[in-house]
Design a protein around this ligand. Structure first.
Ligand code: UD1
Length: 365
């Protein structure tokens, strides 16, 4: 089988890695495309290193821009690559702008090139159309020939939207393949002691969603709430570039003073930090899943989640909405007292999702 695997942004890299390992182990011909949506050392290169992902065959170098420009640039640059490579399958992962852009190009050239489109992490729904990721998810699923879901609720969502059952396969969570593969190495990281912290006695937070950081009022609210948690235990905040930019723009650097604000960290250091934490506070999608697999209490700083299984079967809980300092403090303290029932691995979060993905692609090939 000949496949094009497309990745563009930080949360894509840990999903693509095990699929690439699995394809290459089985002797398939995999072409790796990096769109360049994320391009920094911290947001991209560090992940390629930590995950032993080989250099991309095509680097599209699209960079940052508005949604329309970024999506259009990926489409323009991906089209000739698809024509040149003429694969049997294009595999896209997750819900970022690069995912949708590559999916659109593939859907339009499907017949000309003779290829099909598979979406890994299909079927997740927040039902919040203000999130750019929700738009990307729904449209990518609609365009895909094969929809590979990480949890059974994904299948239900897709069937409800009228997608034929024979196009949907439950394969489990490919991010957890990567987590399980890298956990032993990650635990050798010295980041916890380098930051002067003790295992089990600190919290980690990440915030970058437009809904939390793009408006001055919401940014202030979320950073103040983290500041209140920091009066109970140290809070490490690796600052996403979008968040750093907004903090600069609104001139609210003072709100970082109670926190241990650091540059974004690579994959292994992030897993090490999460694994040693007493509590995680995040608006990330992937971290909700990783904390469930690690058994670390997680408070999701969003109104809803497209990953309800992490609440039903894992350690995740949603922050009372709208975010208030008292609400986060109470939920965070409660999560630490009652939130960790040990590691929880929902069905298919077993380190073998990539194998099932490759099987599904082969079956239909
Ligand atoms: C994107 C994804 C989001 C994902 C997040 C993970 C979409 C719509 N959003 O959001 O789902 O959770 O990535 O990080 O695709 N920047 C850098 N260096 C980089 C990349 C970006 O400094 O390597 C800065 C730029 O100033 C850019 C801003 O970050 O304008 C936002 O980047 P962008 O890729 O547009 O969206 P994210 O907020 O990262």
């Amino acid at each position: 089988m000949r496949l094009v695997l497309a990745a563009g942004a930080r949360p894509n890299f840990m999903k693509v890695a095990p699929i690439l390992w699995s394809l290459e182990r089985q002797g398939h011909d995999a072409v790796l495309v990096h769109t360049g949506q994320h391009y920094d050392e911290e947001m991209s290169d560090a992940f390629f290193r930590d995950l032993d992902i080989r250099s991309p065959d095509h680097s599209l170098g699209v960079g940052s821009a508005t949604h329309a420009v970024q999506t259009a640039r990926v489409m323009e640059a991906f089209e000739p690559v698809l024509v040149q490579e003429a694969p049997d399958w294009v595999v896209v992962v997750g819900d970022v702008n690069s995912t949708l852009a590559c999916a659109l190009v593939t859907a339009k050239l499907r017949h000309e090139v003779g290829c099909r489109l598979a979406h890994v992490e299909a079927g997740l729904r927040s039902r919040d159309w203000r999130m750019p990721e929700e738009v990307n998810r729904v449209l990518t699923d609609r365009l895909s020939d094969l929809l590979l879901t990480p949890s059974r609720d994904g299948n239900e969502n897709l069937v409800r939207e009228g997608i034929q059952k024979d196009r949907i396969r439950f394969v489990g969570n490919v991010m957890i393949d990567t987590l399980l593969d890298r956990l032993t190495v990650a635990r050798q990281s010295s980041i916890i002691s380098d930051l002067g912290l003790d295992r089990g006695r600190y919290a980690v937070s990440t915030v970058h969603r437009p809904s939390n950081v793009d408006q001055a009022q919401s940014l202030r609210r979320v950073l103040s709430a983290l500041g209140a948690v920091a009066s109970e235990l140290p809070v490490v905040l690796p600052v996403h570039p979008r968040t750093r930019d907004r903090i600069d723009h609104f001139g609210v650097w003072n709100l970082l003073e109670p926190l241990i604000a650091i540059e974004p960290v690579g994959y292994l250091d992030m897993i090490a930090l999460m694994d040693g934490a007493a509590l995680i506070l995040t608006d990330s999608g992937g971290i909700q899943e990783e904390t469930t697999a690690l058994g670390i209490p997680c408070v999701t700083l969003r109104e809803q989640t497209e990953r309800p299984i992490t609440v039903q079967e894992g350690t995740n809980r949603l922050a009372p909405w709208p975010i208030t300092t008292q609400g986060i403090l109470r939920t965070g303290m409660d999560a630490m007292r009652n939130g960790s029932q040990g590691e929880s691995r929902p069905e298919g979060w077993d380190g073998k999702a990539a194998e099932r993905i490759v099987d599904a692609l082969r079956e239909i090939d």
